[in-house]
Structure formats: structure tokens, C-alpha cells
Design a protein around this ligand. Structure first.
Ligand SMILES: NC(=O)c1ccc[n+]([C@@H]2O[C@H](COP(=O)([O-])OP(=O)(O)OC[C@H]3O[C@@H](n4cnc5c(N)ncnc54)[C@H](OP(=O)(O)O)[C@@H]3O)[C@@H](O)[C@H]2O)c1
Length: 310
């Protein structure tokens, strides 16, 4: 793989798996904006012959794997759909990596950083983040369990870059999958600092990483951590000074969800080494989310009020 980033082609050709998904859709927008050549895969990832057919049809130099099961309305779904989760997130993901490997094609896998949890060795607010080389210590949900297994297996593939995405954020504060939308909508939120991924800043970097032929694991978050309350304070500051919310503890949260959720800080030395311009999380939130929201404050205020129904 090393040194042969376009597989002999004059320009990179991307093939996206997960074309109908959130991240897959954003990748299409970004590649269009860049004027890059890309195609959309049709195959289910676990169907090896269909994957091979897509690869032979589109002849990509780079596969972007934004496909997988995340559960609807949330990851709790995976607790009761374990076989479907294994089929997509384990068998599917590995099949795609394996087919790409046999053909010398680079694959970027949009995985998750929700495989770590603060503990005695990595205490909250200590500033000590989980590194790429650290072994996952959170498998409390079936979703995270499958993701941790795949990360461990896929690291043997020298054509794969695994990106650990966390609590992804976009500017649209009414988009239901946006982490900020979720906490604006909930009646009660926990308040724990976490590493997060501001997609408008980071997704273009992931395309550049693919072009650079990077492989291995990459913590794919902005540097530092931000807490739920800090984000809601920013919403108050930029959009709605009257906004109120209430907090509850992790123990109280456990009563309204099925599977536990992870809270963690990821170490960002590797990604900062590649992209020294990457903004710390709070600055990135201001630039990519709250300043654009403030520019159309009345519209955002109205839409959020309507969405909250209170
Ligand atoms: N959103 C988050 O909060 C979050 C956080 C961290 C990491 N991630 C990771 O980022 C990746 C993309 O997430 P997302 O939020 O964009 O997901 P999403 O909106 O749920 O979209 C998932 C996409 O994967 C496709 N898909 C599912 N199973 C498939 C299979 N077996 N074969 C081929 N395609 C399949 C879906 O297509 P169909 O609709 O046709 O099934 C859909 O296009 C996932 O690996 C996820 O774990 C997401």
C-alpha cells in the first residue's frame, strides 16, 4: 500500500459505502465541493460477491466506508438485534476491508470512539486521553462491543484507516442525529466532558487522510473535551438567553436507557500531527456551529422552539 496512494490512477477515485446515511451523505457533498471523482456503492457489505462487483465496476483507488448499523432511534436497538448488528458491523465491515486488501485499495472506515470510558486510570477532568494504542475498556452496549471487536481485527489490515468518530456535530441544530440537537431536546441531560467530532471541520480532513494513504487507528475528534452544560451555555449565549435545562446523574440516566453509554477523552496527538490547524473543540463549536447559528438567530430560535415543543 505505502507509496501507492492512487493505485496507479491519475487521480483518486472514491467509492462510498453508506450512500443513504448521515456521514455518507456529508461525504458526497464534500467530494462534490472538491470536484473529486466518486461513485456510490450498491452492495450490502456482507455480500462479498456484490462488494467485488461494485469494486470491479467502479475501480476505486479509495473506499470510504461510512456504512454500518447505528440503531434507531438509538444504539439501544442493537441490544435486541444482535445478529443484524454482527452482520453489518462485523462481517460486513471485515468483508469490505478484506476485498479492498486483496486489491491494494485504501479503505477509510468511519468507526467509533465510543469504546472507551473514564476509569481510575483515565479519570474525568485529568486531561489524560485514550491513545490510539489503548485497548478499548467500554463494551457496555452491544453496538460498542461489536465496534471494539472490529477495530481490533481490522488493525491487521495494512490498507485500512480506522477513524474513531465521537458524538458527531453539525451546524443544523434541528437535525435529529446531531449530538447538540439531542441534548437540546432531552428533558434532562448528564453533564460530563467528552471528546467530540465537529464534522464540517473533520470530514474534509478524512478525505485528505485517505489521499495521504494514512492507515491504522486515528482518534478522529477535535482536541480537548466539552461538557453537555458547556455546549448548552453556548447555545444560550449565541441563540437563546432564556434557554433552560436540567441535569441528572449517570445513575438516573441509566433508568431511561437500555444500554450504558460511554464518556471519554481521546488523545489527539496523532491527528494534530497531521493537521496542526485543527481547532480545539470549543473553538471549533464556535466557528462551525454557533457563529453560523447566531447569523440566523431568529430562524434557529424558532426552529428549535418548535422542535422542543416547549
Ligand atoms: N452517528 C453517530 O452518532 C456516530 C457516532 C460515532 C460513529 N459513527 C459511525 O459512523 C458510521 C456512519 O454512521 P452514520 O451516522 O452516517 O450512520 P447512518 O446514518 O445510520 O447510515 C448508515 C448507512 O449504512 C448503510 N448500511 C447499513 N448496513 C449496511 C450493510 N450491511 N451494507 C451496506 N450498507 C449498510 C445504510 O444503508 P441502508 O439505509 O440502505 O441500510 C446507511 O446508508 C457508522 O459506522 C457509525 O458507527 C456514527
Amino acid at each position: 500500500m505505502a507509496g501507492d496512494k492512487t493505485n496507479g490512477a491519475a487521480e483518486p477515485v472514491f467509492l462510498i459505502f453508506g450512500k443513504s446515511g448521515w456521514i455518507g451523505g456529508l461525504l458526497q457533498e464534500e467530494l462534490k465541493k472538491q470536484g473529486a471523482k466518486f461513485h456510490l456503492a450498491d452492495a450490502r457489505m456482507e455480500d462479498r460477491s456484490a462488494v467485488v462487483a461494485d469494486i470491479e465496476k467502479y475501480k476505486p483507488t479509495h473506499v470510504l466506508n461510512a456504512a454500518g448499523l447505528t440503531g434507531r432511534p438509538n444504539v439501544d436497538w442493537c441490544e435486541t438485534h444482535k445478529l443484524e448488528t454482527i452482520r453489518a458491523n462485523v462481517i460486513g465491515c471485515l468483508t469490505l476491508a478484506d476485498v479492498c486488501n486483496q486489491r491494494g485499495i485504501h479503505m477509510t472506515y468511519y468507526g467509533t470512539g465510543c469504546i472507551f470510558h473514564y476509569d481510575d486510570d483515565f479519570p474525568v477532568n485529568s486531561g489524560k486521553g485514550f491513545k490510539e494504542s489503548d485497548k478499548p475498556n467500554f463494551t457496555g452496549s452491544y453496538y460498542s462491543h461489536t465496534k471494539a471487536i472490529v477495530e481490533d481485527l481490522i488493525k491487521q489490515y495494512d490498507n485500512v484507516l480506522t477513524l474513531r468518530v465521537r458524538m458527531p456535530i453539525i451546524a443544523d441544530l434541528t437535525y435529529p442525529r446531531n449530538f447538540i440537537t439531542k441534548i437540546i431536546k432531552y428533558d434532562k441531560v448528564i453533564n460530563i466532558p467528552n471528546s467530540m467530532t465537529v464534522l464540517p471541520e473533520l470530514l474534509p480532513m478524512s478525505i485528505e487522510m485517505a489521499k495521504r494513504g494514512l492507515t491504522g487507528i486515528m482518534n478522529f475528534t477535535n482536541p480537548g473535551a466539552v461538557s453537555h452544560n458547556e455546549i448548552l451555555e453556548m447555545y444560550k449565549e449565541y441563540v437563546d438567553p432564556e434557554f433552560t435545562w436540567s441535569n441528572f446523574s449517570v445513575e438516573e440516566q441509566a433508568k431511561v436507557i437500555v444500554a450504558p453509554r460511554s464518556n471519554n477523552l481521546l488523545d489527539t496527538a496523532r491527528i494534530e500531527g497531521e493537521f496542526p490547524e485543527l481547532l480545539p473543540i470549543k473553538e471549533s463549536l464556535r466557528k462551525y456551529v454557533f457563529e453560523p447559528a447566531a447569523a440566523k438567530k431568529d430562524e434557529v430560535y424558532k426552529a428549535v422552539k418548535e422542535m422542543r415543543g416547549r
